[in-house]
Design a protein around this ligand. Structure first.
Ligand code: DAH
Length: 356
């Protein structure tokens, strides 16, 4: 084929196909690639132009004009197609889903009740289901409510500086007049002074004593309960507490009443439940560090309210009888969750608390 024919063929090919090639390109990179196939360094039109010097002189000018025209057409078509592609892209951006440029928020860390609070609510629920009312007392109370009206003799060892945090008093006021309550039994006095029998009350809250070791924290939680009416008996005390302990630790757990001394009850006792760690009542006696092989764990103090307490609150001890009980909520929580150190409950370490 001579040069003119080759030139014509290249020119004709390019002229008849470039438009369709540009239309077929649906994004900018595809369009630029198509453009390069015509006017790029290896493009059809570029190759044709390289034949120019070999063309016969008389045809060179005419063919040269045609190839230049074609180049201009290609350039114009490329620019128009690029323009329309960019427009379409922009329109799609504007009319499509809007872009959410906000950062996702920090996930909220959902809190939940402290294990002691959970145990407290559980026990209060249990007693309210038995008809007990809930009462509250202040953490700072009078010496009288904490000790004297409960029948503690003035020199009782529990009133000693060793156990009690006394509040500072102005000069001239008895330095032992107010204190951080050492037990929730204060609520017995406060409620009985306010109300007349029959009454059945529970109360839970913080109490304070000056001891601090693995099994004692200077602040801890107690739950107190008492019931007063005509004819309240020790049998009712046993019934209520056994029901309560079975609800708490499972029906059938051994419950043992032992005589003990508290100034505000007579007779007074302590209650033990079967050790929930070794469960020796089911599995036979075994070595157990928690109950020291006794098979029992002490859980609460209780008794029949002492007549002297009734006298101090203005109830007739000949007419009314009542029972009372008190327990450490920490102790219940420790048995419940298998915790060996009371301090863990008060350390507020989330690494510990989130495991419960
Ligand atoms: N208040 C006593 C204490 O903190 C516990 C207690 C014992 C409460 C006997 C009572 C009770 O109501 O009857 O050690």
């Amino acid at each position: 084929m001579d040069v003119v024919a080759a030139f014509e063929e290249g020119l004709g090919n390019a002229a008849s196909h470039f438009q369709a090639a540009f239309e077929a390109a649906h994004d900018e990179p595809a369009l630029r690639a198509a453009n390069a196939r015509y006017v790029g360094p290896q493009g059809v039109v570029t190759k044709v132009m390289k034949l120019m010097p070999e063309l016969p002189k008389e045809q060179r000018r005419g063919l040269g004009q045609r190839v230049n025209q074609l180049k201009e057409q290609i350039e114009a078509a490329f620019a128009a197609r690029l323009d329309s592609l960019l427009h379409a892209l922009r329109n799609a951006e504007l009319s499509g889903h809007s872009l959410d440029v906000s950062l996702p928020g920090y996930g909220a860390w959902l809190g939940y009740a402290h294990p002691l609070t959970r145990v407290k609510h559980e026990l209060l629920d249990l007693f309210t289901s038995l008809g007990f009312d809930i009462a509250e007392g202040p953490e700072v109370d009078l010496h009288e409510n904490n000790f004297d009206r409960l029948g503690f003799p003035p020199d009782h060892p529990a009133t000693d500086m060793q156990d009690t945090f006394f509040m500072q008093q102005p000069v001239g006021v008895n330095p032992r007049a107010t204190l951080l309550r050492t037990h929730t039994s204060t609520v017995q006095i406060r409620e009985m002074l306010k109300r007349k029998p029959p009454l059945a009350v529970v109360s839970a809250g913080a109490v304070f004593r000056r001891d601090d070791d693995v099994t004692h924290s200077p602040m801890f939680m107690q739950l107190e309960g008492f019931m007063v009416d005509e004819g309240v008996s020790f049998a009712q005390l046993k019934g209520v507490l056994t029901h309560f302990l079975w609800k708490l630790f499972g029906k059938g757990i051994p419950v043992r009443f032992r005589p003990s001394y508290f100034p505000f009850v007579e007779p007074g006792g302590e209650v033990d439940v079967g050790c929930t760690i070794c469960r020796s009542w089911e599995r036979g006696p075994r070595e157990c560090r928690v109950c020291k092989n006794t098979g029992f764990m002490e859980i609460l103090g209780c008794g029949m309210i002492h007549p002297v307490v009734f006298e101090h609150v203005g109830y007739d001890p000949e007419r009314f009888t009542g029972f009372a009980f008190g327990m450490g909520l920490d102790r219940v929580a420790m048995l419940r969750y298998g915790i060996s150190e009371v301090g863990l409950l008060y350390g507020n370490d989330p690494r510990f608390l989130t495991q419960l």
